[in-house]
Structures are given as C-alpha cells and as structure tokens.
Design a binder for this molecule. Structure first.
Ligand code: NDP
Length: 481
C-alpha cells in the first residue's frame, strides 16, 4: 500500500513520530494508502528549511521564479491523466471532472501567477519637486498555506502559486482527507528542480499539523481555505501573533431565477451549479429561489433532469456524480436531509444513499436531492451542507428574493438569472456576496478578485489581490531638495 511522505527541504521524508493515518477511497469505502500523521516537530523542520531557503528565493529575479513555476505547470500537464486518476481515487469525484477541471486548473494556477509576477508593479507618488515616494512590495518570508478536501490540488496550488511567485517560501498543509495529489506535486517539484526548502508539504490532521503551522512564530502570513468554524479558530490563534491572514470560508449561496430568464441555459447551468462535484464546491448554489410564474414548470423540469443524473463509480465516464469524500461527511449530509424533513420539507427526489454494485458496493454515494416547502430561515436553509442537496422556494417580489438571498450569515457567491439588464445590475449591487454570476456559473477569470463577505471570509485571492496579499508594502520617501 502506498505510503505518502512529507516534502521537507527538497526531500521526501517520513514523519518524525513515525505515525500514519489511514487514507480511504470514498468510492469503495476502503483504506488504500497511508498518510503521515505529522506533528509540531515535522512542522518545525519544514519551517526551518523554508526559512533557510527564503533569502535565496526572495532574491531570485521574478523571471527566473516564473521559469521554475512554468516548468512545474508543464509537468502537471504532462501527468494529467495520472493526477486526474489520483484525485478521483482520493476524493471520490468523477475522473472526467478531475481531468477537465481540477488538474488543468492546477497547471493554470502556476502558469497564471508565473506570468502575473513578471507584470507586477508597485506605485510611486511624486510630491512635486520636494520628494518622491515609491512603494516596495517585498515577500514576507515563510507562508503557511492550508487547503480543504473538495478541490484538493486546485485549491492547494491556488495558494502556493502566488505565494511562491511573490518570492515567499511555503509550508503547505493539504487536507488529511485528500493528501494524494499534494504528494504527487512534491514528486513533480523534485523533477522540476525546485530549490530545497522553497516549497514544503506537511501531511497530517488540522488540529495537530495544521494548528502547529498556524501558531508557528516564524510563519508571518497564512492563507486558509476551509470551514467557517475552523477559520474562526485560526483567527483566534493568529490575531495575537499579528499574522497576516486570508480566510476563504463556507457559503450558502443563493440562485435567483426570474421568469424572464433564458430558460434552457438556466436549467442546464442550475443542474451544474447544484450538483457539480457532488455539491462539494463552496460556490455551488444550494438555495434556489424561483419567480412564482415559472415555479411549477421549473420544479418539474429540474426534478426530471436531476433524476437522469447517474450516480456511480467515479472511474466511469457516464457517472455525473461520484462518491462523497468521507464517511463523516456522508453522515453529515444524511443528517441534514433528515433535518429538512423534520422542518417540514418535502423531498422531491433523492434523499437517500445510493448503493452502487461491483467494486463500489461499500462506497459513500448520495442521490442528488431536491427539497421544497421549507422556510428561508430554517436551519436547512441557513447552514452549509456542502453536498448534493438543494432547496426550492417560490418568490413573488424582487425585494423578497433579495432579502432571502442576503438572509444568511454567509456571503460567498450568488447566481442571478434574468434577461432584464437593469434588474441584473440593480441586484448585483445589492447582493451581499463576493462573487455574483449573472446568467452563468463558475465562469472564472483568474485576474478577478475571489472571496467572500460576512462569515464567508476575509480578504481576496486571485490576480493582483493575491500578489499584494503575499507581499508587504513598504513606502520609501526621498527628499529631493
Ligand atoms: P476544514 O475547515 O475542516 O479544513 C480545512 C483545512 O484546515 C484542512 O486542511 C484541515 O485539515 C485544516 N484544519 C482543520 N482544523 C484546523 C486547525 N485547528 N488548525 C489548522 N488547520 C486546521 O474544512 P474542510 O476540509 O471540511 O472543507 C470544507 C469547507 O471548506 C467548507 O466549509 C467549504 O465551504 C470551505 N471551502 C471554501 C472555499 C472558498 O473559497 N471560500 C473553497 C472550498 C471550500 P484536515 O482536513 O487534515 O483536518
């Protein structure tokens, strides 16, 4: 059985304590590899290596840093199929999805920030003939990057790439639930000839390895994607240490559908925005508000399309949904389906586990689930489920839909379907969300700011925002006369 290893100081090494955790394949429910149960000693070793590598990497010209990152992007692309299979085995997502989205996007993250850093500039402020100010943007030192299990390599690289491009060295901690592609990435870093210590990857649990990284005094900057509760815990540790912190947290995203929408495109896209990656994307729309004149038509058409989605072995090209990432997460999703019924909801389709025959007979599958008849303020409509479960609610007035959309503690993304341009702009300005998609979903330009408001996060990733986050501005003022 495969033993995953940490990547410290340019070498693949076992955890100091010698302990490993079982790593499960969600589609079969069986252990298929082991991952290090690293602790503070491993984190200390990684941070020490990253510190030592920092001056050299920070002094490396941007063009040279870019060249190395582009080499890694090429290697990711050259290993697309193997990485897609690894991601699917580890996470449960269909392999076609990892092949089309996760792995190409991981390569794009490195490519994008490699190019971006060669174009990154800072400001100058002239004070007439009296003085000149210019702003230096310098890397911080060792950046800690902590990522979740839903888009494992995609989100890990979304942090690592800008941190490295900006001249920081990195200690990354992927989710212990999905460590495999981060391990494969370490192997590719060796092949790419990364200098030792420039990137280090520690595997282990959040409360042990993650917490040690967050608390480490030699890690001045932290970028975290994960749940809101975990984000709050991180902030409690980081604040008294005055660390710079970026938090990308949970969501409970609304989809608002007006009767004048382009119906077919809306239906097709809403199917994806509800159930892509088993609904385990922070950007999925889990609360669907439909204008009353088309509510019945939408409900019937939507349910019919959902029932045609095949749930099955992630290795099969015709499986639209694969397995749920872990047994605890499966139980969480099922408990919310029960809660929805207790709260008076009607299950229109789904609502239970799916038993897949053959090699996946012990796997963790849930049918895509559509629920109606719930109030907007019930727990099912307020708390993040992060699975293939959506609720439908009819609305009469634009103001009502807006109030419901904004009526949760979250504010990550919102989707709006209307052909009325004035209404689209009016609502876009008033929706409490970091990202608003109008007549589309998950259309991403890596230059745009990415992140949430309220309990969905603090700060923005993407484009120049990320390069600014991973650098410290320093103003230099020169008196000219
Ligand atoms: P968690 O918050 O449980 O974990 C995220 C990461 O933090 C994992 O690597 C985890 O390690 C680690 N971690 C857990 N506890 C601690 C701790 N005390 N100190 C340091 N690190 C810790 O989230 P999930 O992995 O369950 O991911 C799902 C969540 O992520 C959802 O809420 C989802 O909305 C959110 N998310 C947000 C996105 C955004 O861009 N806003 C994008 C994608 C997901 P381990 O898993 O090994 O315990």
């Amino acid at each position: 059985m495969d033993r995953i290893q940490n990547y410290i100081g340019g070498a693949l090494v076992a955890p100091v304590g010698g302990a490993y955790l079982d790593n499960y394949e969600p589609a079969t429910g069986h252990v298929y590899s082991h991952t290090p149960a690293s602790d503070a000693r491993d984190v200390d070793a990684a941070v020490a290596e990253a510190r030592e590598a920092f001056p050299g990497w920070a002094a490396t010209p941007a063009g040279e840093r870019a060249r190395l990152l582009l080499r890694l992007a090429d290697l990711i692309e050259a290993n697309l199929e193997a990485l897609a299979e690894a991601e699917s085995t580890d996470n449960g997502k269909p392999v076609w999805l990892a092949r089309q989205v996760d792995i190409p996007r991981a390569a794009s993250n490195f490519r994008f920030f490699a190019h971006a850093v060669t174009q990154f500039a800072s400001e100058a402020h002239a004070m007439g003939e009296t003085a000149l100010n210019y702003t230096l943007r310098q890397p911080h030192g060792v950046a800690g990057c902590i990522s979740p299990w839903n888009l494992p390599l995609y989100l890990f690289t979304w942090k690592i790439a800008p941190a490295l491009a900006a001249g920081n060295t990195v200690v990354g901690k992927p989710s212990e639930v999905t460590p495999l592609t981060a391990y494969r990435l370490s192997q590719l870093c060796l092949e790419a000839g990364f200098p030792p210590g420039m990137l280090n990857v520690i595997h282990g649990t959040g409360p042990e390895a993650g917490a040690a990284l967050v608390a480490h005094r030699d890690v001045p900057v932290l970028s975290f994607t994960g749940g809101t509760k975990t984000g709050a815990a991180l902030a409690r540790t980081a604040a008294p240490l005055f660390k710079k912190l970026s938090l990308e947290l949970g969501g409970k995203n609304p989809t608002i559908i007006f009767a004048d929408c382009a119906y077919e495109a809306m239906l097709e896209t809403t199917l994806r925005s509800s159930f892509a990656n088993q609904g385990e994307i922070c950007l999925c729309g889990s609360r669907i508000f439909v204008e009353r004149p088309i509510y019945d038509r939408f409900r019937d058409d939507f349910v019919a399309r959902v029932e045609a989605l095949r749930v099955g072995d992630p290795r099969c090209d015709d499986s639209r949904l694969g397995a749920i990432v872990s047994r605890p997460h499966l139980d969480k999703i099922l408990s919310y389906i029960n809660l929805a019924q207790e709260e008076g909801g009607t299950i229109l389709t789904g609502g239970a586990r799916v038993h897949v025959e053959g090699r996946c007979r012990d796997g963790w599958f849930v049918a895509p689930t559509v629920i109606e008849g719930l109030a907007p303020d019930c727990r099912t409509n307020q708390e993040e489920i992060f699975g293939p479960v959506v609720t439908l609610m009819p609305f009469d007035e634009e103001e009502e839909a807006l109030a419901w959309a904004n009526g949760t503690p979250y504010g990550l993304a919102a989707v709006l379907w209307t052909e009325n341009l004035t209404r689209a702009h009016r609502l876009a300005a008033r929706l409490q969300a970091g990202i608003v998609w109008i007549n589309c979903w998950m259309l991403r330009d890596l230059r745009t700011p990415f992140g949430g408001t309220k309990q969905s996060g603090v700060g923005r990733e993407g484009g120049v925002e990320a390069l600014r986050f991973f650098t410290e501005p320093k103003n230099v003022c020169i008196k000219l006369s």
